[in-house]
Design a protein around this ligand. Structure first.
Ligand code: EPU
Length: 428
């Protein structure tokens, strides 16, 4: 199994350009099934989850190819409406295909994606939304079939602004008869990107970015070209890493407007941030200051996807910080690993109490999920001595070659298979 070996203690320095956002690209790829002709999607990150999604599109009969960052999908000949269970279990995001396939074929069969390391992750809101549009839902064990002769526009209110449910309902409603409104919709920038993509195919969607999205159904969706927005979570990860290593990093191709809550929290921690259009410089020359209270919540609040990474900075700051996680119930798995590196963090229900320590120490740690893994990499880069991060397949789901991302900034980080680890590490 591959690992990352990190020699910590060096401030990150230099420039990095942002890749496209995984969480924008995945629903957009699912939505490409709706077009009655080829679509070109640029700035798609070369990640494991993207390849699984392309495999699913192919299994449904679509032609899908990726060259560099450009994906072409032609679903005009797509015929299957059942997502194979084996592929479904590889990636939760296959759930995004429910809406488009239901809209395209009037029927879709999926298998419950199940829980995962960060929480139960139910799909009741997805199903409720599709049912409101007229779908009949039959559950047999973990097999779910949704069917509808004709989807009809409806007024749908979400109990919680779920990102995935908002996206699924949007993708189904674009071909429904009449008008659909989604109230208490999620407002994440990735939803805005999906709206733009759908509209480029000929849909009529307005309101993304606000809590009410209105969709007027159309008959046909056609070919288009689209460029995926930059990944705000990768940008946030680099910002925190720059600060935690007391480095100075310039990010290019960011959308600072997508990162306002992160910028606000980092500035409260004493991190210097300068913004010039799509360029952001982050420098953390001094020891960070504790932040009394951070609460993760749906956008535009502080993102759950940066909670673990931010905790590393707080673990190194002066004073006591409190981080409350309100989006996923199981997203503190990195705490034990950070404590093994010398952090002083105590969890009580959904709050973590972080007493800053002057330094962390290298250790052998395990990535339990994607963002927890990214946090351990940051901790390793900031720590004294050598850190080995195991189970890095989780990290590969969301970061294109994380070792290259950080080594271009002067971080000493290498990927190695366990047998090579000692040889490689002794030469570092
Ligand atoms: N929820 C329900 N019922 C539903 C749907 C969601 O109870 O039908 C609950 C979930 O269990 C969770 C909360 O609502 O507690 C939020 O879930 P949401 O549906 O908003 O999240 P998601 O669509 O499953 C996307 C991202 C996640 C990100 C969340 C929140 C993608 C592919 N995934 O997940 O990204 O954390 O929104 O912002 O877009 C990551 O990239 O590391 C990641 C986990």
């Amino acid at each position: 199994m591959e690992k990352l070996v990190i020699e910590g203690g060096r401030p990150l320095q230099g420039r990095a350009r942002m890749e496209g956002a995984k969480n924008a690209a995945l629903p957009i790829l699912a939505a490409s099934m709706l077009a009655e002709g080829p679509v070109g999607i640029d700035n798609v990150p070369d990640l494991l989850d993207i390849h699984v999604m392309l495999d699913i599109l192919r299994s449904l009969g679509a032609a899908a190819s990726m060259e560099g960052r450009k994906v072409c999908v032609d679903a005009s000949k797509g015929f299957a409406s059942e997502i194979p269970e084996a592929l479904m279990s590889k990636m939760r995001s296959s759930i995004f295909l429910m809406g488009p396939l239901l809209a395209k074929f009037g029927e879709v069969t999926i298998y419950q994606p199940g829980g995962c390391a960060i929480g139960e992750r139910k799909i009741d809101l997805h199903l409720m939304g599709l049912e409101a549009l007229g779908a009949k839902i039959v559950e047999q064990g973990n097999r779910i079939t949704c069917s509808a002769k004709r989807l009809m526009g409806a007024d749908i209110t979400l109990d919680f602004p779920s990102v995935g449910a908002t996206e699924n309902i949007m993708m189904a409603a674009v071909k429904a008869e009449g008008i659909t409104t989604i109230s208490n919709a999620a407002r994440e920038p990735e939803i805005g990107d999906l709206q733009q993509f759908l509209n480029r195919m000929g849909a009529k969607v307005i309101g993304a970015g606000t809590d009410t999205i209105t969709i007027e159904g159309v008959e046909r969706l056609a070919s288009c070209e689209h460029r995926v927005i930059p990944d705000r979570i990768v940008a946030g990860t680099l910002m925190v890493a720059a600060a935690a290593t007391r480095g100075n990093v310039t990010l290019e191709g960011v959308v600072p407007g997508h990162l306002l809550s992160v910028i606000h929290v980092l500035r409260r921690a004493g991190v210097q941030i300068a913004i010039d259009d799509d360029i952001m410089n982050v420098s953390g020359a001094r020891r960070p200051i504790a932040v009394e209270r951070i609460v993760t919540s749906p956008y535009p609040a502080f993102p759950t996807d940066l909670q673990a990474q931010m905790m590393v900075l707080l673990a190194l700051s002066e004073g006591l910080s409190v981080m409350k996680e309100t989006v996923f119930e199981g997203r503190f798995k990195h705490v034990d690993e950070l404590n093994a590196m010398g952090a002083d963090i105590r969890v009580d229900l959904n709050s973590a109490f972080i007493r800053g320590v002057p330094r962390l120490y290298g250790a052998h740690v395990e990535a339990t999920d994607l963002r927890a893994g990214a946090a351990l990499v940051i901790a390793g880069l900031a720590a004294n001595g050598r850190t080995v991060v195991d189970h890095i397949h989780h990290i590969d789901r969301g970061y294109v070659s994380i070792e290259k991302l950080f080594s271009q900034l002067g971080g000493q980080i290498e990927r190695t298979a366990s047998v090579q680890q000692d040889r490689m590490a002794s030469s570092m």
